[in-house]
Write a protein that binds this ligand. Structure first.
Ligand SMILES: [Zn+2]
Length: 466
């Protein structure tokens, strides 16, 4: 019978050595010169997965970087099938001079593995693979059917994931997606993400004249494009911090009492957030805490604004054009395809007839949400409680990722099991993985597979979503 604690204790150093070898491969997906390293990383992971007992294949969509697929399907048709999702590519490492030890020479110090990708996301795939390796070695079987989909281009926005899912959705089909690419809020606060925000992004261009005009000759009688633009953008939110676009909140699923209670129990200090970000206030939507506003509510932000004259000295013109980039974070069940025309109509309705306007959309990411009482979330919470010795709190992630695309393609909900910490400096110099958390991750993954196999959970997961 598998004893995951004994395995982790006996293999502690060997596991970190194995992870370090993988982290030494600079699989930076955004750098075309590293494409060979991304492939090497995929093949290296495929080797680890094969050694763990999974049937493995390196796959890529046309023009995409290689992903690693793996499966062990011996648990029978009554057992649920779990697809583990994560990525083996990493962010660029620069500025290199800020690293205490080189990013691709993994080093253990202060109880942490320091390397690019240690937390995001090689360490989090490695704890899953290690749990499976132990369960298969000890028991000859897993309690559930398991598949892996480990992407090679997540850090560059998953450009071919839709094509990949279109091609391989049947192979990846499952009853639950176990996302292994998120974190916990603090070392002593085990926690589980339940939702990701979506995103839509626009450029707005206004024109009020064929060319800039002399402000002395015409000022006082002609429209100013920048003035029109800032008037428009100033109306995006009302005094209560709510987005004013008609219909914007129609599909927003309200935070439940249980979610709000969980978020209120998280350690959060507004003054510390102010200190970390260097801001003097935390303005936002009335009636919601900063934590709720940063993850569970829609946002509107002007990302950039330009036009007219901004060079050295003075130039007395009335600008003919003005431009802005505007983005919105979305929450479930807001759909990019429904909201994009709402924003465009709002802009057209609000600019006067004498202003020429164009709105360009850069496309969107759909939000994802798995209700707290989903059987997968309840089971994952039990697994985390067993591994961390404390019941986890549920919270939402404010960022956006491919989780909903996965959910839609595979017809299954996402449950998030991740152990990275805010102090792990992911995407930044000196990225690290707290080894104590990594070891608990190995345990939590093994326990999660057990929990998903319990009859009442398995039955609920196997039932078609309705
Ligand atoms: Zn990641």
């Amino acid at each position: 019978m598998a004893d995951i604690d004994a395995f982790v204790q006996a293999e502690a150093d060997a596991l970190v050595r194995e992870l370090s070898e993988w982290c030494a491969i600079p699989s930076i997906s955004s750098d075309p010169e590293r494409a060979g390293d991304v492939r090497r990383s995929a093949e290296h992971l495929a080797g680890l997965m094969e050694a763990a007992g999974l049937d493995t294949e390196v796959l890529a969509a046309d023009g995409g970087l290689p992903a690693v697929y793996g499966e062990w399907l011996g648990a029978g048709t009554d057992a649920p099938t779990i697809t583990v999702y994560g990525h083996h590519d990493v962010q660029p490492a620069d500025p290199l001079e800020e690293w205490a030890t080189p990013p691709f020479e993994p080093t253990v110090r202060d109880g942490c593995l320091h390397a690019r990708g240690a937390s995001d996301d090689k360490g989090q795939i490695h704890f899953q693979v290690s749990a499976i390796r132990h369960l298969l070695a000890a028991d000859g079987r897993l309690p559930v059917n398991v598949k892996f989909f480990v992407e090679g281009e997540e850090e560059s926005g998953s450009p071919t994931i839709d094509a990949f899912l279109g091609e391989h959705a049947d192979r990846l089909a499952c009853d639950l997606i176990l996302v292994s690419d998120t974190g916990m809020v603090a070392e002593d606060v085990p926690s589980l993400v339940t939702a990701m925000r979506g995103l839509i992004y626009f450029q707005v261009d206004l024109r009020t004249a064929p060319a800039d005009l002399h402000s002395g000759s015409f000022g006082g009688a002609v429209p100013n494009a920048i003035a029109e633009l800032v008037t428009l953008l100033a109306g995006l939110k009302d005094e209560a911090g709510r987005i004013t676009i008609p219909g914007w909140y129609d599909d927003v699923v309200a935070l439940t009492d249980e979610e709000r209670a969980n978020m209120a129990a998280l350690p959060f200090d507004p003054d510390q957030l102010k200190a970390v970000t260097g801001v003097g206030a935390l303005p936002g939507e009335d009636g919601y805490t900063p934590l709720e506003r940063m993850s569970g509510r829609p946002t509107a932000d002007v990302n950039g604004i330009w036009g007219g004259f901004s060079g050295v000295g003075t130039k007395t013109i009335i600008p003919a054009t003005a431009h802005a980039k505007v983005s919105f974070r979305l929450v479930a069940d807001q759909e990019p395809a429904r909201l994009e025309p709402l924003f465009e109509r709002w802009v057209r309705d609000r600019v006067p007839d004498h202003v020429e306007v164009s709105v360009r959309s850069y496309g969107g990411v759909k939000p994802a949400r798995t209700p707290l009482d989903h059987p997968g979330n309840r089971a994952a919470a039990k697994a985390v409680a067993r591994a961390f010795g404390k019941d986890p709190l549920f919270y939402r992630e404010g960022g956006s990722g491919p989780e909903r695309a996965l959910s839609d393609a595979l017809g299954a909900a996402c449950v998030y099991l991740g152990v990275m910490l805010p102090e792990d400096r992911v995407h930044a110099p000196n990225e690290r993985l707290l080894l104590a958390h990594y070891y608990r991750g190995v345990r939590a993954a093994a326990y999660a597979f057990e929990e998903f196999a319990k009859p009442e959970v398995a039955t609920a997961l196997r039932a078609p979503a309705g």
